[in-house]
Design a binder for this molecule. Structure first.
Ligand code: PLP
Length: 366
């Protein structure tokens, strides 16, 4: 917490706005628009997952449709596809950004059209660990086939690609304010919309799709997905320290780079060029067992012995039992990353001493 959050919560109590709408919700949305892009229209929701769900509904996804989704991600990117009775088509990552491979994305689109006779309804690239996906290539292919893009920017608040903020490239983008993200509202998310009409419709769907009538009248299925005015108060306070959080995550990454990048067989995941400016939500490393003589699992267990929590990278969706039947296009890049990769402690509140303690464990393994 940055220290400003309770002021906004107190205001909500004092004015009795203890509901899923109110001045904090409006204020939080405005702050996010100012931060991301003032031409976008942002709707605060109960979670990033809800944002993906409402975006897919508005992109017309329904039973029997297919949606292209990055395989290397958290399951929340893909679950809403199933909520709608549609099927995910998983696409592998490329090794530079670890995100959606434009090459396999094109192969997938062509093959699905050939096999099913219809186009996938949407494309979900993810900016994983804060690293921007290759949006120029992805958008160019998507435009060629006229398939809308929904960016999953849940982990990428503050990241930039070619000078523009992640979350501003797609027709829609989702943000997450879950407890472990760049900023938190305890739980929460937002949908970034390209038009005012989309934002109005998102709010309508998120508040039980109530028609304009004095009584309760409904012509659509609705959802209870709005963010509470209390949680939005936390969000407004957090927006005041977002830049600091991004700066600290980048400094933590730079310190890991400085300490670890000369070790043979351990590589720190970094921006592939100046066009990519990750927020470095989490700093990740790849361990090459045939060079160092230990695996990432050996390292994880050693860290655990030292009371340091680390995690393997996301297990790709095409390898998850729940998506065993889904189509997949790729060459095993994400699987290899999962096998050899580890997320290091990266929270904004970690001190340089904490980072040196983590680094010490890696160095002692050599
Ligand atoms: C890549 C990715 N997509 C989507 C989500 C979903 O966000 P939420 O937890 O707010 O539903 C998360 C985080 O939890 C995530 O990491």
């Amino acid at each position: 917490m940055g220290g400003h959050e309770q002021r906004f919560i107190q205001e909500a109590f004092d004015t009795n706005w203890v509901v899923p709408l109110g001045p904090n919700v409006d204020g939080f949305e405005k702050d996010l628009e100012k931060f991301l892009d003032k031409d976008k229209h942002i709707v605060a929701l109960g979670s990033g997952t809800a944002a993906i769900h409402l975006a897919l509904i508005q992109l017309g996804v329904g039973p029997g449709d297919e949606v292209i989704c990055q395989s290397f991600t958290f399951s929340a990117s893909a679950n809403p596809i199933k909520y709608l009775g549609a099927d995910p088509v998983f696409v592998d990552s490329e090794p530079e950004t670890w995100n959606m491979s434009p090459k396999f994305m094109r192969t997938a689109i062509k093959d699905r059209i050939e096999k099913t006779g219809k186009k996938p309804k949407a494309i979900i690239p993810v900016h994983l660990y804060g690293m921007p996906a290759k949006m120029e290539e992805i958008l160019s292919i998507a435009n060629e086939y006229e398939i809308p893009v929904l960016e999953d920017a849940a982990e990428a608040l503050g990241s930039e690609y070619k000078g523009h903020k992640c979350g501003t490239f797609g027709e829609f983008a989702c943000l997450s304010f879950n407890g472990n993200k760049m900023i938190t509202t305890s739980g929460g998310g937002a949908l970034v919309c390209s038009t005012k009409e989309e934002a109005i419709h998102t709010k309508f769907l998120a508040t039980q799709a109530r028609d304009n009538a004095p009584h309760y009248q409904h012509s659509h299925v609705g959802y209870n997905y709005r963010l509470s005015n209390i949680c939005a108060g936390i969000g407004r306070g957090q927006m005041m320290v977002l830049d600091e959080h991004v700066e600290r995550r980048r400094a933590i990454h730079a310190l890991y780079m400085k300490e670890l990048s000369n070790l043979p067989g351990v590589s720190v995941f970094d921006d592939p060029s100046e066009e990519f400016n990750s927020n470095h939500w989490l700093t990740c490393i790849i361990v090459s067992p045939n060079i160092v003589g230990f695996t990432r699992e050996d390292l994880r267990l050693k860290m655990e012995e030292e009371n340091i929590e680390t995690r393997p990278l996301w297990k790709p969706m095409h390898l998850q039992p729940v998506f065993a039947d889904a189509s997949y296009y790729g060459d095993g890049t994400a699987e290899k990353l999962f096998n050899d990769g580890l997320c290091l402690p990266s929270g904004s509140s970690l001190t340089d001493e904490d980072i040196h303690r983590v680094v010490g464990v890696v160095k002692n393994m050599q």
